[in-house]
Ligand binder design. Structure first.
Ligand code: UT7
Length: 324
């Protein structure tokens, strides 16, 4: 017998405003054709001016609570993955706590950029299996539109805003790979690559929040290899291989990275959850958003084995294997 952190609820929120690629053609030397063919992105959502990351996160949290049939005070802890917090502090997690009306427990943020949800899920799993919390709300939420340089066509067409949330609950498992819940995880970072993707401002440097800078091509070359390798490491920790995978739920940065990783893993594209065309790159929100969409579309079902994998600024990358 063992304690497993099992997903009992999922939900997401996307801001109302949908921006098609064609909108960028008005202000930049770019085209719908370039954006689609190089990234797979067709549209993305941008938050309204008065809408913050904690608003998006709270909407996603409420959707997940409703899906699980729970009240806010049934939750013991909130872990939010974000690189675009409302304020430098307090954490987005504590803001969500008050916005959903949760009057007890604790919350904190995790910052690992596009790999943030993988890090948050791994930490939330540790809280559950160590007995620190029985139910944890794990959220990925971002407003990357706030850190775009709108004159830089190589970045501003790629990102979007949104939030996704899971609820994990402690349940007893048989200590086999047939158990529901988080089965394995693998986390990595390598700060030598930090210039590949960063924001050029911050509290202890410029004093403002800065704009996103990316060497897209260099990062692209790292992505497929590192994503495949982390997925294989997480699977091999529990003596599974690619054949066991029902769904890859990848970070949604670029369809060519998603396809390249699936090909290397020998998993057909109809076993991959793809939302990049509709959401763009929502950083830490992309995986829980994809999970929620995958469930809503009737693809991900109870008992399916999922591998979620992501890479981003740091570089930080990793994967989680979980049985839904
Ligand atoms: O979420 C974190 C992880 N992020 C990623 O994994 C992103 C990884 N990188 C990528 O997804 C891709 O590298 C991009 C989509 C960012 C770029 O695609 P690419 O095929 O690597 O293009 P490139 O950067 O090599 O640029 C090719 C050309 C360049 O022109 P020259 O130098 O060949 O004349 C760019 O200036 O495309 C040009 N370009 C554009 N053209 C039209 C760059 N952005 C645009 C644009 N519209 N928006």
């Amino acid at each position: 017998m063992t304690t497993r952190a099992v997903v009992i609820g999922v939900g997401h929120y996307l801001p109302e405003r949908v921006v098609p690629n064609s909108e960028f053609e008005e202000s930049l030397d770019t085209s719908d054709e370039w954006i689609r063919s190089r990234s797979g992105i067709e549209r993305r959502h941008f938050a309204a001016e008065d809408e913050t990351t904690s608003d998006l996160a709270a909407y996603a949290a409420k959707a997940a609570l409703e899906h699980a049939g729970l009240e806010p005070d049934d939750i013991d802890a909130i872990v939010v993955a974000t690189s675009t917090p409302d304020l430098t502090f307090p954490s987005v997690a504590t803001m969500v706590q008050s916005k959903i009306g949760m009057t007890q427990g604790f919350g904190f943020d995790v910052q690992a950029v596009c790999a943030g949800f993988i890090y948050a899920l791994t930490n939330a799993n540790a809280l559950v299996v160590s007995g620190q919390a029985r139910r944890v709300l794990v959220i990925g939420a971002e407003t990357f539109s706030r850190i775009m340089d709108w004159t830089d066509r190589s970045t501003c067409v790629l990102f979007g805003d949104g939030a996704g949330a899971l609820i994990l609950e402690a349940q007893v498992g048989n200590n086999t790979n047939e158990d529901r819940g988080v089965l394995s995880a693998d986390l990595n970072s390598d700060g030598r690559y930090r210039d590949m993707l960063y924001v050029d401002g911050g509290v202890s440097t410029t004093g403002d929040s800065g704009k996103l800078r990316m060497q897209g091509n260099a990062l692209f070359r790292q992505a497929v290899e590192k994503l495949t390798s982390t997925a294989h490491t997480a699977l091999s920790k529990i003596d599974l291989d690619d054949n066991a995978v029902d769904w890859i739920v990848p970070h949604q940065a670029n369809i060519r990275i998603i396809q390249g990783t699936a090909r290397k893993m020998g998993v057909p594209m109809d076993r991959v959850i793809v939302t990049v065309q509709d959401h763009g790159n929502t950083s830490a929100a992309s995986i829980p958003l994809a999970m929620s969409v995958g469930v809503t579309e009737g693809k991900i079902k109870q008992g399916d084995l999922l591998v979620a994998e992501a890479i981003g600024g740091g570089l930080a990358w990793g994967s989680v294997v979980l049985r839904w």
